[in-house]
Write a protein that binds this ligand. Structure first.
Ligand code: UTP
Length: 414
């Protein structure tokens, strides 16, 4: 039986339909539903729904943002930044966070995206690729770089199981940590919670921007502080060329007094599916590819270069202070209108043929705008970017493997 107190909360919030099948549920199902009901923030859900039609962008003026092109650095600058970065790593002040809480819908792999194997040409999982790189840098630094992996409610246990089965890829188990991002409920077009099963409300991970809330709320920041960590690299799981412990980038951010930084690369064409860096209202900002106007996307300068051409590739460096500030503050949520199956009032499972519900996600780059400045570090695409998003075609395992193989043969790295 679900407690009267919880029931009352849902009745008062106009969400009583989620209790409709209580009498048909087994004891286990009932306690699963009760647990979920007690965790959902109904006030937040109501606010999200009310704000769904508000445009994310506003009238603030957009202008280009300066960036540092790594290829144009002198040898002295390069060496200076690298030495600083290595020093920070050797002092144990550096940690890496891999965001692996996404659903990987487009790839369609069954299981967490990090458990997907690519042929490069050996068959290796995305998690192991990142681990090898960290291992190499750790050996160079004479100490293990702590590795934090953000999972979601949906994939946490499969992710942890994969690490156990693979003996943590030879990395010290005590230097790998998992933490779950939070979930947000999906809402239908009337603002009602969606039943996925008679005992389960449909929820989704709260987007990669959920990292700030999760790191603070799950105790990761406290743990990092105890370890003396000052700098945190955050990257995604699906870029198999991510340089997750790049001392030059770290030194560049630290020595120039930035609190945060992002790697960029020149977008492939006006409509590459990546956000681009700019300044908006005088603050660093990323315009999502879905939100940029054709005029801005195509705008070129006298040299024929894109004015808004520095793509954000989800490779960001943060001072730990940023996490303390942003974890408290929270980021705005973006709304996506999605097609999702549901249980109707008769208990039937319905698969709609058009979008019928809203999913809410925060984007990590919305944090940039809380700062006056950040370091943008433009790197070489062939050395740092081989994303796996789609099953086939652009940004697929096939294209990424080729880029990876070319990089290994050119740079003899990992
Ligand atoms: P994407 O936005 O490309 O999403 O994530 P995805 O889940 O991998 O794939 P699709 O869109 O469903 O096809 C970029 C990175 O951010 C992480 C992903 O795991 C990936 O590393 N991410 C995304 C999270 O950790 N949590 C989220 O809620 C969303």
């Amino acid at each position: 039986m679900i407690s009267e107190q919880i029931k009352e909360k849902y009745v008062n919030a106009g969400q009583a339909h989620v209790l409709a099948f209580e009498n048909e549920l087994s004891t286990d199902e009932c306690s699963l539903l009760e647990k979920q009901l007690s965790n959902i923030d109904l006030d937040l859900a109501a606010t999200l729904f009310d704000k769904k039609d508000e445009p994310c962008s506003d009238d603030l003026s957009v202008e280009p943002i300066p960036c540092t092109v790594q290829a144009n650095l002198s040898k002295e600058e390069n060496d200076k930044y690298t030495a600083e970065g290595v020093n920070i790593m050797k002092n144990g002040e550096y940690a890496v966070v891999t965001m692996a809480g996404g659903q990987g819908t487009r790839l369609g792999h069954k299981g967490p995206k990090g458990t997907f194997y690519v042929n490069v040409p050996e068959s290796i999982s995305l998690f192991e690729i990142q681990c090898r790189r960290l291992k190499k840098r750790s050996e160079e630094c004479g100490r293990n770089i702590p590795w934090y992996i953000m999972t979601s409610e949906e994939n946490d246990s499969d992710t942890q199981k994969f690490f156990v089965e693979n003996n943590y890829f030879g990395y010290a188990k005590e230097d790998i940590f998992f933490f779950k991002q939070y979930m947000l409920p999906m809402l239908n077009e009337e603002g009602k919670l969606v039943l996925e099963e008679k005992y389960k409300i449909k929820e989704g991970a709260d987007g990669h921007g959920g990292i700030f809330r999760a790191m603070l709320g799950r105790g990761v920041i406290d743990d990092m502080k105890k370890r003396g960590i000052k700098w945190i690299f955050v990257g995604g799981i699906d870029n198999i060329l991510v340089q997750l412990a790049d001392p030059c980038f770290l030194g560049y951010i630290s020595l120039n007094g930035y609190k945060l930084g992002g790697k960029s690369l020149i977008k492939r064409d006006a409509y590459e599916k990546a956000g681009v860096f700019c300044k908006k209202g005088g603050k660093p900002f990323v315009i999502e590819y879905t939100e940029i106007s054709p005029e801005l996307a195509e705008l070129v300068n006298d040299n024929g270069e894109f004015v808004y051409g520095d793509a954000h590739i989800l490779c960001n460096m943060f001072n730990i202070e940023v996490f303390e500030k942003m974890g408290d503050k929270g980021l705005p949520y973006h709304t996506a209108h999605k097609k999702t199956s549901y249980i109707n009032e008769k208990g039937e499972n319905i698969t709609p043929d058009k979008p019928n519900a809203y999913k809410y996600e925060a984007f990590i780059f919305d944090a940039f705008t809380y700062y006056d400045d950040m370091g943008i570090f433009r790197v070489k695409r062939e050395h740092e970017f081989a994303p796996i998003k789609n099953k086939t075609g652009e940004d697929s395992p096939e294209t990424a493997s080729k880029l990876y193989i070319d990089y290994i043969s050119e740079c003899e790295g990992v």
